[in-house]
Write a protein that binds this ligand. Structure first.
Ligand code: ATP
Ligand code: MG
Length: 224
């Protein structure tokens, strides 16, 4: 498989045990501390072996919207995850041509890894309600356990209702992630207005997006 040349971490070596691989998918335009905290908590609470961050190549639901290039989003993801030994950034989705479908990503990962590797797809609980409508959602349910990180003010009934009425046997674990209302849109707005991103995302990400003048960053302002 073409993708085997890519940068997926080694996992599943010992056939006598099970491995748990977390997959944090998203546009990451840019990555922020909400993503990082959710992934860290999933790692910890669910005893994951690793969490792979995969910036989407061309997200299905962002067609027609202007997003930063895959290279830039990947670079920021790499910077943000580099100091955490159990986080890995991967080009797996960025390098796949065409629209990125999570169902396809999970199917390819399942094919790539041995049977003793279980997949945990980490997502915001708000996205859980949508997943039932995603491309080939039955195959998502088959290949991965969904981990829904709850965002503040989010009522789980909607997600639970959507899952129940889908008729698909999704395995969902909800994770309470403390008050993190951070979103990439909020960061982009702040950058465009020349406001600080400190403590919202790692400083390396702030440095990168200013250096490359993403999101209307004003040269020099809050760059370091
Ligand atoms: P945007 O504001 O552009 O929609 P975003 O902040 O939602 O961006 P995405 O890249 O779309 O970021 O999100 C990737 C995944 O991370 C999604 O599953 C999303 O639900 C989840 N997520 C985003 N922000 C948070 C947060 N603060 N806490 C927990 N999960 C989050
Ligand atoms: Mg979003």
């Amino acid at each position: 498989m073409e993708q085997e040349r890519f940068d997926l971490p080694q996992l599943g070596q010992d056939p006598s045990r099970t491995y748990r691989l977390g997959i944090m998918g998203g546009t990451f335009d840019p990555i922020h501390n909400g993503h990082l905290v959710a992934a860290e908590q999933a790692y910890d609470d669910l005893n994951l072996d690793l969490v792979v961050f995969m910036p989407a190549g061309s997200p299905a639901f962002k067609q027609g919207k202007k997003i930063a290039s895959g290279e830039d989003r990947y670079a920021m993801t790499l910077l943000a995850t580099s100091d955490n030994p159990h986080f890995v950034a991967s080009r797996f989705e960025v390098d796949r041509p065409g629209i990125t479908y999570t169902s396809e990503t999970l199917r390819l990962l399942k094919e790539h890894y041995p049977q003793n590797v279980e997949l945990y797809f980490i997502t915001g609980a708000d996205a859980i309600a949508d997943i039932v409508r995603w491309n080939n959602s039955a195959s998502i349910a088959e290949n991965a356990t969904l981990v829904g990180a709850t965002r503040p003010g989010y009522n789980l009934d909607k997600a639970a209702g959507a899952i129940d009425s889908s008729g698909i046997d999704f395995h969902v674990i909800y994770l309470e992630v403390p008050a993190l209302a951070i979103s990439s849109s909020y960061l982009r707005e702040r950058v465009a207005k020349g406001q600080s991103l400190r403590y919202l995302t790692p400083d390396s990400v702030t440095g990168y997006l200013h250096k490359h003048q993403l999101y209307g960053a004003k040269a020099g302002k809050y760059a370091r």
